[in-house]
Design a binder for this molecule. Structure first.
Ligand code: NAP
Ligand code: 3JN
Length: 339
């Protein structure tokens, strides 16, 4: 039987997330009939390669979605706010990488290894991709929650600059070059020098003293795990790494689990790879995890300060599982089970 193919639009195609989406559609042989690349007036008219062919980039506009079945969006939250509903109204199912619709009760917030069943609720024709830091945390926490019920999560992140887009990656490399040439580095994307530094500041500060990135982790995790009772507190930090977010995660569970039991649970969890042999210096690091699809977990150990606590170190490629791969996986579930 001939495989059904879909017209796919990529909005934000010239960005780091959009570029990764195109790579992943190719790698996974997603059944694309025609591809429509969309971006701002800055890149409209230029071309990008897809499946060995040069494809023109069009200006994202109201008319962009006629005959498009699936729209993979990463043009920024304010642009998704305008164009995702227009695309959805035209009959396109939008998978949106921005924060714009994540907490809308009529928009499913999906990580395919965790809550694929929630995809069916796309009443508005929009499905949201969670924030990258949330995605890589919930993939390993879900099977632990199922086994022992997580009561509380304390997470600190070490986030790569690629999470802030192409200009942020250019800023880190430019600052490193400047410093090695004895020139004072310029900061335009980040508020403070990022090279050889760590900034406890991602997205804007809110009235409660947390950043928006920290509150995204709290609220999105509760929505995905469908459990508003979990206590979650986050500190999100930008570090001078190009690709790969790392997280130190401490959990308190209702039922006691040993470190060995957690290792056993995670060794068969979908989308997770355990790298945990510290004596032989085996643990996940961003340089080793970038370009890979799994969420890597190591340094699994009991928290000796409380009766039922576990510490772990979680690393994943923020552009792949944290954004583009998760979005394409959602599209795969959609075409397999819904459209
Ligand atoms: P980026 O490298 O800066 O790329 C931004 C993309 O959006 C470019 O393709 C840009 O087109 C396009 N764009 C900007 N304004 C537009 C407009 N008015 N109309 C049409 N296209 C427009 O950023 P990125 O890292 O790819 O991230 C893009 C967005 O994805 C972020 O703002 C965020 O909302 C989301 N994101 C989500 C995650 C996640 O955790 N799931 C991770 C990273 C990013 P031009 O090249 O033409 O300017
Ligand atoms: O900074 C990171 O590492 C992840 C950033 C994600 C991001 C960047 C700009 C705008 C988002 C997001 O996905 O939450 C947004 C946004 O859509 O609000």
């Amino acid at each position: 039987m001939k495989k059904k193919r879909y017209n796919v639009a990529v909005a934000g195609a010239t960005g780091v997330v959009g570029g990764e989406i195109l790579k992943i559609l190719e790698e996974r042989d997603f059944p694309v009939d025609t591809i429509r690349l969309l971006a701002s007036e800055r890149s409209a008219g230029s071309c990008l390669e897809f499946k060995g062919k040069s494809e023109k980039i069009y200006l994202l506009a109201k008319e962009s979605f006629e005959d498009i079945a699936i729209g993979l969006f990463s043009p920024g939250a304010s642009t998704s706010k305008v164009y995702a509903p227009i695309a959805a109204k035209a009959g396109c199912i939008v998978i949106d990488n921005t924060s714009q619709f994540r907490m809308d009760p009529d928009v499913p917030l999906i990580v395919p290894e965790v809550n694929p069943e929630a995809i069916g609720g796309y009443r508005k024709n929009i499905i949201s991709n969670p924030n990258c830091s949330t995605i890589q945390m919930v993939v390993p926490l879900k099977p632990i929650h199922d086994r022992a019920r997580i009561k509380r999560i304390v997470v600190s992140t070490y986030q790569a600059v690629s999470g802030a887009g192409r200009a942020a990656m250019d800023e880190l490399s430019g600052q490193v070059r400047s410093i090695f040439n004895m020139i004072t580095p310029e900061s335009n994307v980040f508020p403070v020098q990022i090279a050889f530094n760590c900034l406890p500041h991602i997205d804007i500060f809110l009235e409660n003293g947390y950043t928006k990135e920290e509150m995204k982790m709290v609220n999105e995790t509760r929505k995905i795990l469908d459990d508003a009772s979990i206590g979650i507190t986050a500190t999100t930090v930008r570090v001078p790494v190009f690709i790969g977010h790392s997280e130190s995660v401490n959990i308190e569970t209702e039922k006691k689990l040993s470190a060995e039991e957690v290792r056993d649970i995670l060794s068969v969890a979908p989308g997770v790879k355990v790298l945990d042999d510290p004596v032989n210096e085996v643990y996940p690091v961003p340089v080793g995890c970038s370009g890979q699809d799994d969420v890597f977990v190591g340094r699994i150990r009991e928290d000796e300060s409380i009766p039922n606590g576990i510490n772990m170190w979680i690393v994943s490629d923020n552009l792949r599982k944290g954004a583009a791969l998760n979005a394409v996986q959602i599209a795969e579930v959609l075409i397999r089970e819904y459209i």
